[in-house]
Every structure is written in C-alpha cells, then in structure tokens.
Design a protein around this ligand. Structure first.
Ligand SMILES: [Zn+2]
Length: 207
C-alpha cells in the first residue's frame, strides 16, 4: 500500500555540486544529504504539510494587513500624508513611471497574492488527502512565480529611501510597514518549510 507520509526512493542531482545521489525512502523527520558536499537533497518534515499551511495562513493575514492599512506617514512643514501600498503604486503611475509602477505591482502585490492563493488551493485539500483539479499546474506555477516574489527587495528600497529622507521630513512607519516586515520572515520560513518533493508525493497519493 502506498504510504503518503513516506517519500519514495529517487535519484536526485545535488543542487550545489551536481552529483547524482540515490536518495533512500524518507520517513517523516528524515533528511537526505549529498555524499560529496553534504548539501541538503530532500527533507520529509515531521509535521507534514501542517507548518506550511499555518505559515501560508499567517502570510495571508499579514499580506492583507500590509495592503489595507497605512504603510507610511510622511510629515513635512506641518502637513502629514498617509500612503498605502496601492496608493504608492498609483502615485508612481500618475507621475509617469508606468514601468516602475507595473514592476512594483507585479512583484509586491500580484505575485505574492497568486502564490498564497495557489498554496492554499493545494495545501488545504492535500492535508486531508484530497486534491483539486489543476493542482499539478498550480505547483508548477508557484515554483516559477516564487522567484518574482520580491517583498524583501521592496523593503530594502523603502529603508534606503527613509534613511535619505529623514533629515528633510518625518517618516512614521504604519501598521502595514510592520506587517510587511514580518511578512519577509514568514515568506522566508515558508520557502524552507514547503518541500516541492513532499507536495508532489502527497499529490500522487491523493490522485
Ligand atoms: Zn553535492
């Protein structure tokens, strides 16, 4: 009988040194390492998909807060302006920076939304051993899109701009900025918690 908690034995090319390794069956809690450079080849997390799902839900809540609440308050000459992520993108567009506005919208809003919705579409049913139509396509698209999720690059840009402007104006980070900061760490944790091989293995068992 096929046990969906066990990762089947496969041959894996090491991501660091390219050596082909025979990875044995992995029971929950096991990891496999390259015999030449000791890089991690595969992991079968003890908690299965639970941690990935919890982190996806946390990221979704933080992402909604980051998009709904004020991101930055900008005070100068007694005038205070509140901006949100969306008004910032619209502001770039209105100033004629259409390409920059489009890049920010794609990397900060659209891609993270699609990745989080895609992960929920996969993880909720897979947790109970089921899968929804088109799940294979969703996994492939999440892998492709994840490289374009650039919340941390955007935050570095905001910090650099804030440091340069702090002598000219008062900048107060809003709830959305703190939420965005936390989101960076949750996304990083999520990327190491959801193993693609585990997803494919669960999907195969659910079909
Ligand atoms: Zn290696």
């Amino acid at each position: 009988m096929y046990d969906d908690a066990i990762l089947q034995s496969v041959v894996v090319a090491c991501p660091d040194c390219d050596l082909l390794n025979q990875v044995p069956e992995l029971v929950p809690g096991d990891s496999a390492f390259c015999i030449r450079c000791n890089a991690t080849l595969a992991r079968n997390p003890k908690d299965g998909l639970e941690r990935g799902l919890a982190l996806t839900c946390t990221a979704a809540i933080l992402f909604v807060v980051a998009n709904v609440f004020p991101f930055l308050s900008f005070g100068m000459d007694g005038l205070v302006t509140h901006t949100t992520l969306v008004t910032g993108i619209v502001g770039l567009y209105n100033q004629g920076m259409v390409f920059v506005a489009a890049v920010v919208a794609v990397t900060i809003v659209i891609v993270p939304t699609l990745v989080l919705v895609g992960l929920m579409y996969l993880l909720f049913p897979l947790r109970s051993g089921r899968c929804l139509p088109g799940s294979e396509l969703v996994i492939r698209w999440i892998i492709r899109m994840y490289a374009w999720n650039m919340v941390e690059v955007f935050m570095i840009g905001i910090v650099v701009a804030a440091v340069k402007l702090h002598t000219m104006a008062v900048l107060i980070p809003g709830l959305a900025a703190w939420s965005f900061m936390l989101l960076i760490f949750v996304f990083a944790w999520l990327s190491i918690s959801v193993d693609v091989r585990v997803l494919w293995s669960r999907l195969e068992a659910a079909r």
